[in-house]
Design a protein around this ligand. Structure first.
Ligand SMILES: C[S@@+](CC[C@H](N)C(=O)[O-])C[C@H]1O[C@@H](n2cnc3c(N)ncnc32)[C@H](O)[C@@H]1O
Length: 382
């Protein structure tokens, strides 16, 4: 069994593996929506604090085969839970299923919780109680076909909850996805990055955090491992003070949107994240935004059509394509969309086309190179 498993979104496994390598992780292996790795406690804290493309860091406890509910119950009881919990502590169970054996995650979570607390009651005459929000131990159970994997969740609340968002804009992007797209684009943190459909500002804010070397953990209040018995506050303190050398603070992230309300919200989020100084915000139609001189990068997340008629959406994508061709020579433009029909109306040939998921929606993250004389290459240095 691997020492640690970092969970991520589909399509971001390689960028997460690269982030882990940079942090000094060993035995890195790419899995489906996850990367396994090894390291010490310091690395565990560092991973939670620094990784931009991880959702959770799990510590596997035990794996086994089961074929029904009773076997699941018995399997859970083969773990000595008093290694991780006392009767005065609290627990929560999170379940994901990829099996025909069971259908209801909540019911299975209940079964697993029963197995844990029954073990305590029999051994100690008393049991830990349930606390879904801030438990001492969050147990993660993944059932894949007949294999059940039990882990301790060291992160607690998902790591995409950075702590800067106060309110959702229209269709806000998951912070981990935004950070992953920026990394996939190969942005060098120096050239201008433009999101002319910025909504609540996720792409711009994640870009600014990355380029200012602000770890996502700086904004976070708490991690699951801080409630564990073996938590070492001095070690965590040390980790939270580690910094890459100071970064260039001049503005090179440009965020705009047609809606003044969402721009205000994005500004508030940027302020909370401590990156307002790095981003120039504008309220305008994308046709009215004047881009900084090339080379540069555009990353946008246009509407996919949940609330717009397809015909109008095709027109919107066509306008985006025209604007890119006419006003962004020397840029690379990356567009994420789940709407294959609308994407055709951009009128440019994408390469590469990377499959990612925005929530449940399968999307393509396409690059369009807008040549101005010779093609520029980008290289990640941040
Ligand atoms: C899917 S949302 C972007 C969400 C954003 N990535 C976030 O994390 O919140 C698409 C955005 O495009 C904006 N938009 C639509 N038409 C536009 C136009 N013509 N010019 C500029 N922005 C536009 C909308 O106001 C909306 O905020």
């Amino acid at each position: 069994m691997p020492e640690y498993i970092a969970k991520t979104l589909f399509g971001l496994e390689q960028v997460l593996a690269d982030e882990l390598r940079e942090l000094g992780a060993g035995e890195i292996q790419i899995l489906n929506r996850a990367v396994s790795f090894s390291g010490d406690k310091k690395l565990l804290y560092r991973a939670n604090y620094n990784l931009r493309t991880a959702l959770k860091i799990l510590i596997p406890i035990k794996e086994g085969e089961i074929s029904n509910e009773q076997e699941l119950y018995e399997f859970v009881r083969t773990v000595n839970w008093s290694r991780f919990l006392g009767v005065e502590d609290t627990l929560a169970v999170e379940v994901s299923l990829s099996t025909n054996l069971f259908r209801h995650t909540q019911y299975i979570a209940q079964k697993i919780k029963d197995a844990v607390v029954d073990q305590f009651r029999e051994r100690f005459g008393s049991r830990p109680s349930v606390n879904l929000d801030n438990p001492t131990l969050r147990i993660n159970a993944f059932i894949n076909d007949k294999i059940v994997s039990l882990s301790r969740d060291s992160s607690g609340e998902s790591l995409h909850r950075r702590g800067y968002r106060v309110k959702q804009g229209p269709a806000p992007m998951n912070e981990v996805l935004a950070a992953g797209l920026i990394k996939l684009s190969g942005w060098d943190c120096a050239m201008p990055l433009v999101d002319f459909m910025c909504g609540s500002g996720t792409i711009a804010i994640e870009a600014a955090l990355l380029s200012l070397h602000i770890p996502p953990g700086d904004l976070r209040m708490e991690y699951g491992f801080q409630r564990w018995r073996d938590y070492e506050p001095e070690l965590f303190n040390e980790i939270s003070k580690e910094r890459k050398p100071a970064a260039d603070e001049k503005i090179n992230v440009y965020a705009s949107d047609i809606s003044a309300d969402v721009v205000r919200l994005a500004q508030r989020h940027a302020q909370n994240a401590g990156v307002l100084k790095k981003i120039r915000f504008t309220t305008c139609h994308f046709n009215d935004l004047l881009p900084p001189p090339p080379p540069g990068l555009v990353i946008i997340n246009p509407p996919y059509g949940e609330r717009i008629e397809q015909q109008n959406l095709n027109g919107l994508y066509q306008q985006i394509g025209d604007r890119l061709k006419n006003s962004y020579p020397g840029y690379d433009a990356w567009i994420i969309s789940s709407n294959a029909e609308a994407v055709k109306h951009i009128g440019l040939k994408p390469s590469p086309r990377i499959i990612v998921y925005n929530g449940q929606l399968e999307c393509r993250f396409n690059r369009y190179s807008l040549y101005a004389g010779s093609k520029k290459t980008t290289k990640t240095t941040c």
